[in-house]
Design a protein around this ligand. Structure first.
Ligand SMILES: [Zn+2]
Length: 467
């Protein structure tokens, strides 16, 4: 133990000497040394992976409003206190409460070659779905889009279960854009189906994988229309149901969901503050969302962003950095079902007159980082581009304009620079909101590279800002 401390002190002294020496040779050499020190620390001493293991395996999934989300808040507070923040506090946030209840029941029988086959498809209720007192049994009408649904109209739809069988567009290289294209069916599909008299709604999971995991996610009912049960079938189950319908278009699908919504309640954003030495009144916020859906472990979405954000503070402190601005780590609550944490945080910051220089979020999974999405002025973007040579050696070359993070976007005004860690998301939607989003699916090194990328950017933003 003593030996370790001594080693750490030696390392710190070395970095400080190196920095002083490099200062005389110009800013960029010193900055290169600083970025190298960040990476060296994260890649050899990061605790992010073990933090993620604890969050996933000991706390588990953490739907906002649930008791496991309470546990996650306590864990976040305890962890942030341990890493030496100047102040750790909880910000009250009103969140919805929704419970899936006991496991969904789904089955159908269809006839082929004079044989009756019974299927039990893999399916999960969509977040916010209503349940029903007894099972619903009805014929299926398969559609590909909201437009096709409207064309069929009440005559063809009333009394049936609408099945939106539309996969994400595989031709889009940006998987986030593919997800964005599929999202309206999950968000609005159930109410649109109810408008024409449907008794329930099924969607194909919003995934690019072809497997048997069903993916949940929030749906938003239109308050002026009847609320009908809504669920997502796995990609495989969707394919099989579609094939069965071709053989037996009159088959009956039986669905029983046990979901229930309850009163809203108070939970918390967990916030750690590290006071700035030169501009303590100027803030930089870094974060991810602590809540997850109630299946899987919320490992990529967004346990990864949480533990990376915590690691940023740990690493910058460990290498002896003294921030100019006040740095905040924010573990937001309830991004998934209403963005209450992000909205409340921005509202409180505004009420308190907090001036933000920048905010950074990681919410694309713990995959290999490629750069930073950004929402900022042209002048700020020009400044960002001057840092590119420092970041490119670490594989950070994508600086796509537009997009940052759902939790930090409410902070947006015409001055703040918003960043989102941009990662390789080709596999993200294989796991997203499913029972397969578990700790084992996160690669330690990829997770750490993300944390190092974030800490490096925060160093540059804090040092040089955007004036
Ligand atoms: Zn997320």
């Amino acid at each position: 133990m003593v030996l370790l401390c001594f080693k750490e002190m030696k390392k710190l002294a070395f970095i400080l000497v190196l920095l002083t020496a490099l200062k005389s040779k110009g800013q960029s050499s010193a900055d290169s040394a600083m970025v190298a020190a960040v990476y060296n620390h994260v890649l050899t001493q990061s605790e992010a992976y073990e933090d993620l293991r604890f969050l996933c395996k000991k706390v588990g999934h953490r739907l906002a409003g649930s008791e496991s989300a309470d546990q996650a808040i306590l864990w976040g507070e305890r962890t942030l206190k341990k890493i030496g923040a100047d102040k750790v506090f909880l910000m009250p946030v009103e969140v919805p409460q929704w419970r899936r209840g006991k496991a969904e029941e789904a089955s159908y029988r269809y006839r082929t070659d004079n044989m009756g086959l019974e299927c039990f498809p893999s399916l999960v209720a969509l977040g916010g779905s209503v349940g029903s007192t007894s099972a619903i049994e009805a014929q299926i009408i398969e559609v590909k889009s909201l437009e096709e649904l409207a064309q069929l109209g009440r005559e063809k739809i009333a009394g049936k279960i609408v099945f939106f069988n539309k996969g994400l567009d595989p031709m889009l290289i940006n998987t986030g854009a593919a997800y964005g294209g599929g999202y309206p069916i999950r968000g609005k599909g159930p109410s649109e189906a109810a408008k024409y008299g449907a008794v329930a709604c099924l969607i194909r999971s919003l995934t690019l994988a072809d497997d048997d995991y069903a993916h949940t996610g929030g749906t938003q009912y239109d308050e002026n229309l009847p609320k009908i049960p809504a669920a997502a079938l796995s990609a495989k189950a969707s394919r099989e149901l579609s094939s069965a319908l071709k053989l037996d278009s009159l088959l009956k699908f039986r669905l029983h969901l046990h979901c229930q919504a309850m009163e809203r309640r108070t939970q918390y954003n967990v916030i750690a503050e590290w006071r700035g030495s030169e501009h303590p009144e100027t803030y930089i916020t870094i974060g991810g969302h602590l809540d997850s859906w109630d299946i899987g472990e919320g490992a990529h979405d967004d346990g990864a962003g949480i533990v990376q954000s915590i690691q940023v503070l740990r690493t910058l402190k460990a290498i002896g950095y003294q921030p100019k601005c006040t740095i905040r780590i924010v573990l937001f609550i309830n991004e998934e079902f209403g963005n209450d944490g992000g909205e409340t945080y921005a509202k409180v910051c505004k009420e308190e007159g907090l001036v933000h220089r920048a905010a950074l979020e990681s919410d694309g999974g713990g995959f290999t980082p490629r750069g930073f999405m950004n929402e900022m002025s042209d002048a700020q973007f020009e400044r960002l581009m001057t840092w590119k040579p420092l970041l490119e050696p670490y594989g950070l070359h994508l600086f796509r304009r537009g997009g940052s993070g759902v939790d930090i976007r409410p902070l947006q005004d015409n001055k703040i620079a918003l960043f989102g860690l941009s990662v390789d998301t080709q596999r993200y939607f294989d796991y997203h909101h499913s029972g397969n989003d578990v700790f084992e699916q996160v690669n330690k090194r990829e997770l750490e590279l993300g944390a190092a990328a974030m800490a490096s950017l925060i160093y540059l933003v804090d040092m040089y800002g955007f004036e």
